[in-house]
Design a protein around this ligand. Structure first.
Ligand SMILES: Cc1cc2nc3c(=O)[nH]c(=O)nc-3n(C[C@H](O)[C@H](O)[C@H](O)COP(=O)(O)OP(=O)(O)OC[C@H]3O[C@@H](n4cnc5c(N)ncnc54)[C@H](O)[C@@H]3O)c2cc1C
Length: 422
C-alpha cells in the first residue's frame, strides 16, 4: 500500500498498469471504514493491481479535476485511462471486489479466489451492529464473562460517530463531539475483551442456524444473536440522486460540510437532523437554502429558534425536490411549490439530504415480526419473535430513538442473555 501526492500521480497512476486510487480525508468515518477493506484487498490483489491512496484535503485541485467531491472515493485506472466506475460513501468490500474482478481475466480471478480459505468460529453471543446499542450489550456481556463477538459493516460507533455534537448524553457537562463519544464507548467495550469484526461485508444471515457469513468466506456462529443494526438515511428516490450521490449530493454533514467553505448549499428536510445539520454546515457554507415539504419545521423548538436566528439560512416551505442535474460547476435542484404546482430551479454547490431514516433489516426482513413501519417487535427483555434472537436500539419498534434509549436496550438484552446462559 503506497501513499502518494498529486506530484506523483502521473508516475504512479497514469504511466501504466492497473491501479486503484483511494481519496481519503481525516475525521471521516466512512474513510476509516473503507481503509481496512482496501488494505485487505491489496494483500489479495496486489500482484495484479497497484493500490494507492491520497490525502484529499492536501491534494484538492487534483481531486476536483478527477470529479472527486466526497470522501472516500475510489477511482480505477487501466493503462492510464480512468475507468467509468467510481465508488464513494459507505463502500462495500464486495463493490470493490466486483470492480477489481472486472479488471482481470476470469482465470486470474479464480486463482485469487482459490487462495482464500473459508473459516468457521463459534461464540456464545453474536452482536450485529456496533452502535451505542450493540457496544453497550458487548460491554455488559464481556463483563459477565460471556464470549461475545461484535460484527459491523462499518467501523464501530454507529450514527453517533457521524454526529457533530452530542449534548444530551448524561455524564458530560459540555457537549461532546460525536466521534469522541462513540470512540470512548467502543474502546471501553474493546478493552474489556469483546472480539471485533468490523468494516466487513455481511454476506448472509441465517437466524434459524444463528450463523452469519462475513466477507463471503468467514462463518461466525453463536448461541444467541443480538440485532443492533440501527437505521439508515432515506433516499429521495428522484432522478439524478443515484448518479450524483457523493458527487454533489451528501447524507453526512460531518463528513462533507468542510468541503463547502464559502459555498452555497441546499439542505433537504425539516426535522431535527436537517435543522441541526444545517446549523453545522453553516459553519462552513456562505448560504444555506432549506427545502421542506410542510409549511412549518418539525424539529424541536430550540433547534428551530437557532436556525431562524442564523443569517446564512433561508427556508423554502411547502416545496419538494423533483430532480437533480449538474450544470457546469453547479448542482441544480428542481423544486416544486406544492401549493402553486410551479417548478423552479435552485442552483447551489452541493446538496445535503436529511429526510428521515429506515431500519436496517434487509438481510432478515421476512424472519421476524415487525411493526407497520418495518421496525422489529421485541418484548421487555428485548427478545424478538424468534427464540434466541434479540434486538436493541433504533432498529426496534419504539417511540423514542436516542443514544440513551439504545444504550438502555443493550443493557437489558445483555443482562437477560447472561442470566439465560448461566
Ligand atoms: C444526524 C443525527 C444526529 C443525532 N443526534 C443525537 C443526539 O444529539 N443525541 C441522541 O441521543 N441521539 C442522537 N441521534 C440518534 C442516535 O444516533 C441513535 O439513536 C443511536 O445511534 C442508535 O444507536 P443504535 O446502536 O441503535 O444504532 P446505530 O447507531 O445506527 O448503529 C447501528 C450499527 O449497525 C451497523 N449495521 C447496519 N447494518 C448492519 C448489518 N447488516 N450487519 C452488521 N452491522 C450493521 C451500522 O454500521 C452501525 O454501526 C442522532 C442521529 C442522527 C442521524
Amino acid at each position: 500500500m503506497q501513499e502518494i501526492t498529486s506530484a506523483e500521480f502521473e508516475q504512479e497512476v497514469i504511466s501504466g498498469g492497473k491501479v486503484v486510487l483511494d481519496f481519503y480525508s481525516t475525521e471521516c468515518p466512512p474513510c476509516e471504514a473503507v481503509a481496512p477493506k482496501f488494505e485487505g484487498l491489496a494483500a489479495l490483489y496486489g500482484k495484479d493491481i497497484k493500490f494507492v491512496k491520497m490525502f484529499r484535503q492536501q491534494n484538492k485541485p487534483l481531486a476536483e479535476s478527477l470529479g472527486v467531491r466526497s470522501s472516500p472515493t475510489l477511482l480505477f485506472f487501466d493503462n492510464g485511462v480512468q475507468l467509468p466506475v467510481t465508488l464513494t460513501g459507505g463502500i462495500k468490500r464486495s463493490d470493490i471486489i466486483h470492480q477489481l474482478d472486472s479488471m482481470l481475466s476470469k482465470e486470474r480471478v479464480l486463482e485469487i479466489k482459490k487462495a482464500i480459505k473459508p473459516t468457521v468460529s463459534e461464540f456464545d453471543v453474536l452482536i450485529l451492529g456496533a452502535g451505542p446499542g450493540g457496544l453497550t450489550a458487548g460491554l455488559y456481556l464481556c463483563q459477565a464473562k460471556v464470549n461475545t463477538v461484535l460484527i459491523d459493516i462499518a467501523l464501530p460507533g454507529g450514527q453517533v460517530s457521524t454526529t457533530h455534537e452530542v449534548s444530551n448524553y448524561p455524564g458530560f457537562i459540555d457537549p461532546q463531539p460525536g466521534y469522541m463519544l462513540s470512540h470512548n464507548m467502543s474502546e471501553q467495550t474493546k478493552q474489556c475483551g469483546t472480539i471485533y469484526k468490523v468494516a466487513v461485508d455481511v454476506t448472509k444471515i441465517d437466524l434459524e442456524k444463528k450463523e452469519v457469513v462475513i466477507d463471503e468466506f468467514e462463518t461466525v456462529r453463536a448461541k444467541k444473536i443480538i440485532i443492533a443494526t440501527g437505521t439508515s438515511p432515506n433516499l429521495m428516490g428522484i432522478p439524478g440522486e443515484k448518479e450524483m450521490k457523493g458527487k454533489g449530493i451528501s447524507y453526512c454533514a460531518t463528513c462533507d460540510a468542510k468541503y463547502y467553505g464559502d459555498k452555497e448549499v441546499v439542505v433537504i428536510g425539516g426535522g431535527n437532523s436537517a435543522v441541526e445539520e444545517a446549523d453545522f454546515i453553516s459553519r462552513f457554507a456562505s448560504k444555506i437554502t432549506m427545502v421542506h415539504q410542510f409549511d412549518a419545521l418539525t424539529a424541536n423548538k430550540q433547534a428551530q429558534e437557532k436556525l431562524f436566528a442564523n443569517p446564512k439560512t433561508s427556508i423554502l416551505f411547502s416545496h419538494e425536490p423533483r430532480s437533480f442535474v449538474r450544470e457546469g460547476d453547479k448542482m441544480i435542484t428542481e423544486v416544486e411549490d406544492l401549493k402553486t404546482k410551479t417548478v423552479s430551479k435552485l442552483a447551489s454547490d452541493g446538496v445535503f439530504v436529511f429526510i428521515g431514516m429506515k431500519p436496517n433489516i434487509d438481510l432478515f426482513r421476512d424472519k421476524l415480526e415487525l411493526d407497520n413501519w418495518g421496525y422489529i417487535k421485541t418484548n421487555e427483555d428485548m427478545q424478538t419473535s424468534m427464540p434466541g434472537i434479540y434486538a436493541v436500539g433504533d432498529v426496534i419498534s419504539k417511540k423514542y430513538r436516542q443514544i440513551t434509549t439504545a444504550v438502555a436496550d443493550g443493557t437489558i438484552a445483555a443482562i437477560a442473555i447472561a442470566k439465560e446462559l448461566n
